[in-house]
Design a protein around this ligand. Sequence first.
Ligand SMILES: Cc1ncc(C[n+]2csc(CCOP(=O)(O)OP(=O)(O)O)c2C)c(N)n1
Length: 569
Amino acid sequence: MMKRAIVESTADAYLELLAARGVEYFFANAGTDFAPIIEAYARRGAQGQACPRPLTVPHEVTAVAMAHGHAMVSGRPQAVMVHVIVGAGNAVGGIINAARSNVPVLFTAGRNPITEAGAAGSRDRHIHWAQESFDQAAMIREFVKWDYELRSFAQLETVVDRALTLAQAEPQGPVYLTLPREILAERHEAIEYADPARAAAPAPRLPAPDAIAEAAQLLAAARNPIIIVKAAGRDPGAVPALVALAEALGAPVFEQFHTYMNFPQDHPLHAGFDAAAHLEDADAILVVESDVPWFPSLKRPRPEARIVHLAADPLFSRYPIRGFPTDLALAGTPRLALQALADAATARVPGATAVERRRWWQGEHARQRQAWAARARAVKADAPIEMAWVSRCVGDLVDDRTIVINEYDLDATQARFTVPGSYFASPPSGGLGWGLGAALGAKLAAPDKTVICCVGDGAYIFGAPTAAHFVSRAHGLPVLFVVFNNRAWNAVKRAVQSHAPDGWAVRTGAMPLTELDPSPDYELVCRASGGHGERVEDPARLPEALERALRIVKDEKRQALLNVICKKP
Ligand SMILES: Cc1ncc(C[n+]2csc(CCOP(=O)(O)OP(=O)(O)O)c2C)c(N)n1
């Protein structure tokens, strides 16, 4: 059906289309290029017309991470708009994260006026000369699925629909649209467009039946099959399918470097977070949505082990190098492919075999959990506080309505995630600064859930905290932030230790470029935006401090931050 909407400009028509296509939020960090957009928002607001809700986000790192966080929870792409090349420059790290996480984002930037005079929107600020670039998308083209510059009003519907469908086509990811000010400012009276859209992302895909049968046969024939998974839980529907497959095989599931909740941690076949010790015993390995199932330089499977990779893009085709041995690659929607494999495996694996294997792994599962619990008990009274204890205390707060965003330092062995869509960890690309914004975006997408954001003190600083706390207050997004404060970049220290275990840095104890001392009073940064902020140094008082903070988040709907002073590495 065609719809006709009254508009005043291209910018106005653009907002009309975004709203019609279901984009709910417009995360914006504005500049002079936004003038026609802001004018259009004002008109549409005054006249009661639908728009994506505009949110001022005073740093691009936060804006992109919010769109990332929203989409990873809701599954729906949102719009981000930043200021020409300089705003895009600040956003690049976040776009790299979204790309490597396969999260759809409609990333947009104003395009500096091209004309020096003569058009509505021509240059009228001194920056308009220096902010033009030869190829605005160049700085980010490698990490978006598509980029385009809006060239005329006539193509607006096609461009918006193409951007949104490409972002949502598997493997999903960000797209980049630049919006020249003259085009946005052009006067128009109406736009006619198809409503609903005549554009669609490809439907979910199942690998060919004979490939499923071959993979099922390969796994069923194994004596000791194992499953390694990282990001299948990006689609919460993949979790029950993975459970069905693991049960059909009686095979353990290792969440290796996991970025999502993929498999219930309390399931007897959940075998923890490190498959390395079992690689040599495995004669068949199913690698599910995992770019890095092991480190070949440290430990690899036996050469004769048969290996199946299953993912939307099992070759990880945007990675320059990735050479994990592969006997069979299944490309398709993990939810469908895993269920098909489960059905095919059930028919091939004798029930008694699955039960016997499961019994063995169940014992392993129980031993593991006891060891993890013992670790928390052993350090619970340690001062300065051990991160394992912080993790256990945070883990104890997790219920069926909790979402945890983890950008460093929550040790998943000390928590128990059992609900799909309840746990999100740093993107595979590891661009720091993601956590705070992702938590705010998650809260926006799931306002009834409790959102807890775990960050290292380093990650906290990268997350543009003043902007994040501003957004929390300004847009009513109460989140509990827990800063695991070890006053260092321990990840960098660990890299030095493993690079040169007997080297100068280890022997002398001198590790320049890794210290975050003196540590700021991070709790005050949250308080500066009306939040609750508390510093915690006594391990015994941590549980009550967490509960107090959580009550403030839930009852008073105010953000809270605990600055937990942890042992310095
Ligand atoms: C944008 C960006 N810059 C630098 C790094 C390198 N880096 C990886 S981890 C890390 C330190 C993180 O510190 P913190 O959050 O305090 O956690 P910790 O390592 O102390 O556990 C750094 C600087 C990165 N991943 N991303």
